[in-house]
Design a protein around this ligand. Structure first.
Ligand code: FES
Length: 160
């Protein structure tokens, strides 16, 4: 992922009021922009904000929302917690892994998709649950998962 020092400075400028939440807000915007936190970007943030790099890393590794590795453009998360598991989450996960040709925790080679699992999303009654780009989809099945992939693909085609 390419980034420029100017871009990084712009993002930091959006949160220049400082305060305790500034670092998290900066990292959130970096994550949204680049879909991960490149090491060089974290070094720049550390230098510009005047926070030790170890502290920046500490925050970046504490929150699940941050990733130190590049992720595909569209994030698909399958809940494999107990309630979702007994309702067929593993079948849905295996189906998505086969369709995308990757395992959970990986991105597709074209960087279009990133697939991951989670152990509970707190909405067990709706299981199995799949989250695509932050949107929750309940009572998931292999057929519905195919529809989700199609919707993502169609939305992407309309963007380009
Ligand atoms: S186990 Fe999936 S939402 Fe709780």
């Amino acid at each position: 992922m390419d980034y420029s020092v100017r871009e990084v400075d712009e993002i930091i400028g959006h949160h220049c009021d400082g305060g305790d939440g500034a670092l998290i807000a900066i990292l959130e915007e970096m994550q949204a922009r680049y879909r991960y936190l490149p090491r060089d970007v974290m070094i720049l943030v550390s230098e510009r904000v005047g926070i030790p790099l170890s502290q920046v890393y500490s925050v970046a590794t504490f929150y699940n929302a941050f990733s130190l590795e590049r992720r595909g453009r569209h994030e698909i998360c399958v809940c494999v917690g107990t309630a979702c598991h007994v309702r067929g989450a593993q079948r849905v996960l295996t189906h998505l892994e086969n369709k995308l040709g990757i395992k959970a925790g990986e991105s597709t080679p074209d960087w279009n998709y990133y697939l991951e699992t989670v152990n509970c999303l707190g909405a067990c009654a709706l299981g199995p649950i799949v989250v695509t780009d932050g949107q929750y989809h309940g009572q998931m099945s292999e057929r519905k998962a195919d529809q989700l992939l199609l919707q993502i693909e169609q939305a992407y085609q309309e963007e380009v």
